[in-house]
Ligand binder design. Structure first.
Ligand SMILES: [Zn+2]
Length: 210
């Protein structure tokens, strides 16, 4: 009985805090999260060139502008050719050993096969490895623009939608790609959760070189 009462009062407290925040029009979020890029290299050639990777991050920053969340490329590494062709769950899970601490890990690979539909190749995936439970993104060198932004959408808690040109949809008509209001809120709430738990830190804006 005591336990139930405590739980009940906690829930009440949480709801009051939540209502207060909504009513007070929370300050806009402004946070920059670090992205670590690991590029698979085969025969001396990276799966994609740095300018292509930079474009993917730039696209993400444009699309996430309404959220107040930005991304900054803070680390670039090359990883061996053994990781260039990702076919199986085991191939994906093997990347977990290479993740960095407190960043969003993105592995850029030459080929990324679907694990549920063998023979189908994917442009990207947000993957949680078993049994380590590490979450990271894999980007195929065949990805078109906005694929990294889409996978970041999953990383920040968003599922697929069928609304054309929504970032989380597979349907593109050529119109401007966007996140809707609920998705923006979800990204913000995940961002706040990542900050609170220490999973990610705000790395601020890039310092200007003299
Ligand atoms: Zn997806």
């Amino acid at each position: 009985m005591i336990r139930a009462a405590l739980v009940g009062s906690f829930v009440t407290f949480a709801m009051v805090v939540g209502d207060g925040e909504r009513g007070a029009e929370a300050a806009p979020l402004a946070v920059t999260f670090p992205i670590s890029i690991a590029v698979a290299v085969e025969d001396g050639t990276p799966a994609r060139e740095d300018s292509w990777i930079a474009n993917q991050i730039e696209d993400a920053n444009e699309l996430y502008a309404p959220t107040g969340v930005r991304f900054r490329w803070t680390l670039r590494r090359e990883i061996p050719s053994a990781h260039a062709q990702i076919h199986t769950r085991a191939d994906r899970d093997a990347l977990a050993a290479l993740v960095e601490k407190n960043v969003i890990d993105v592995f850029v690979v030459a080929a990324l096969e679907d694990v549920d539909e063998p023979g189908r190749y994917r442009k990207g995936v947000a993957w949680t490895s078993k049994p380590t439970n590490k979450r990271f993104l894999i980007l195929s060198g065949a990805a078109f623009r906005t694929v990294l932004a889409h996978e970041l959408g999953h990383f920040f808690g968003n599922a697929h939608t069928v609304v054309p040109d929504n970032l989380m949809s597979y349907v593109r008509t050529g119109a401007q790609v966007f996140l809707d209001a609920a998705q923006v809120e979800r990204v913000q709430s995940f961002a706040e959760r990542f900050l609170a738990s220490g999973r990610l830190a705000d790395v601020g804006v890039s310092r200007r070189l003299p």
